[in-house]
Design a binder for this molecule. Structure first.
Ligand code: GLY
Length: 418
């Protein structure tokens, strides 16, 4: 057992957590790497604890295994208050506490913050009653954006083209006891993902990513959790300055002013419109698949960054990264409506430098099988984006499972944003 390095526990089981494990395992400061619950890909890099799936079990595990730092991947454990529990017990953990996690777990709360903090965002109204929401629709016109205010695993947003689609979306969400919806004006523009690491005082910005959230080429089809990412997305100096001044800085000030303790990754989902950048949403974690594209660009430096954020001592950003990265999601047949599970996955030889992250796989005996909607992510880094994309698309030809689907236009229309 290597005891001279830091023992790190990753909470989560998807492609983002596999990418975290991959990046952390390249750090010279790492001791033992643990994951709970982990997945078959992570198990090649870390000791996995598949039975550990509640905050209490994670705390017990961190104590038993002498964990020095816990890194939380997904939003659900943060919303449950895992960070509060670890901090009360005096254990180091990276992520926002339960109160600050409402920036993602309550879209209504997040929109209220954006309004109070003077951050440009889409006009909205929030409702808990179906009739009231229905009556408000004409104020927004069509298409209209309907969001489940609560966590919905990346499937809570509907862009309704007409009153009947809007009514079905409202009914689906508001039939749940205690549910709320956010109704928003539909804005046109280009999306980008702005991720920053916060240490409670300052923010360290990562290279900008661009996800592709619609299921099919040309941004057609239903919304998914994300089908592919390029990083860095080239943006003009002017836009970079506006993102900092109009979104990140007021967010930092607002968090301080509101007494929200934020140590962790903050993801700002931004739409660049003709009127400038508008903040669509906050997420309180690394994006998925943004993490799969971004983290391989950081070399072995991730652990020292995460440790610095957890202890409130971040270096000044942004980070200077070399080259470009692309991550492509291979999804199950039927995703996102009803993923077909259980198909056998066959993986041929992949070119050196291509990474294969497990997002939703399981082992049935020796056989790897599909265990969720987004199954695998292929990633490659190269000197430029076209070369990175060529590598991931060549690698996609080497992976097979019944029903496998992927978008063939990730990064194809990437142009510098102004
Ligand atoms: N890729 C979108 C998300 O992580 O929410």
């Amino acid at each position: 057992m290597a005891r001279d390095g830091m023992n790190v526990l990753i909470i989560g089981s998807g492609g983002r957590e596999h990418a975290l494990a991959d990046a952390l395992s390249r750090s010279p400061e790492l001791g033992r790497l643990l994951a709970a619950p982990g997945n078959p890909g992570i198990a090649q890099l870390a000791t996995c604890f598949p039975g550990a799936d509640t905050p209490g079990r994670w705390l017990e595990l961190a104590r038993d295994q002498a964990v020095d730092l816990t890194v939380v991947g997904p939003e659900a454990p943060l919303a449950l208050g895992v960070v509060d529990l670890f901090r009360e017990a005096g254990l180091a953990i990276l992520g926002p506490d339960r109160s600050a996690s409402r920036l993602e777990s309550s879209k209504r709360f997040a929109k209220g913050c954006m309004e109070r903090w003077g951050i440009p965002t889409a006009r909205y109204a929030a409702f808990s009653e179906f009739g009231e929401a229905l009556r408000a629709l004409p104020d927004f016109g069509f298409p209209v954006v309907i969001k489940d205010s609560a966590l919905a695993g990346g499937k809570g947003v509907t862009i309704a083209a007409d009153p009947s689609q809007a009514s079905s979306a409202l009914e689906r969400i508001l039939s749940r006891a205690g549910a709320e919806v956010v109704v928003e004006e539909f804005l046109q523009g280009t999306e980008l993902s702005l991720l920053a690491l916060m240490d409670g005082q300052s923010a360290f910005t990562f290279p900008i990513c661009q996800d592709h959230k619609a299921q099919r080429e040309g941004d057609q089809g239903p919304m998914t959790g994300g089908m592919g990412v390029i990083c860095p997305l080239p943006v003009s100096q002017e836009l970079r300055g506006r993102l900092d001044r109009e979104i990140l800085e007021p967010t930092l000030q607002g968090l301080h002013g509101g007494g929200l303790a934020y140590r962790g990754v903050l993801y700002c989902g931004v739409l660049v419109t003709e009127q400038g950048p508008k903040l669509l949403e906050y997420n309180v974690r690394f994006g998925d698949p943004e993490a799969e594209a971004l983290l391989p660009l950081l070399g072995g430096g991730l652990l020292s960054l995460l440790r610095a954020a957890a202890s409130g001592r971040l270096p000044a950003g942004p980070l200077d990264v070399q080259g470009a990265s692309a991550a492509l999601i291979l999804a199950a047949g039927g995703y996102p409506q009803a993923a077909q599970l259980g198909a056998k996955i066959e993986i041929g030889d992949l070119a050196s430098g291509v990474r294969l992250f497990h997002c939703a796989t399981a082992r049935r005996g020796e056989q790897l099988v599909v265990a969720g909607g987004r199954v695998l992510a292929l990633q490659a880094s190269a000197a430029d984006l076209p070369s990175a994309l060529a590598s991931v698309y060549a690698a996609a030809e080497r992976v097979r499972f019944d029903g496998m689907q992927f978008r063939r236009d990730i990064g194809l229309h990437a142009a510098a944003l102004r």
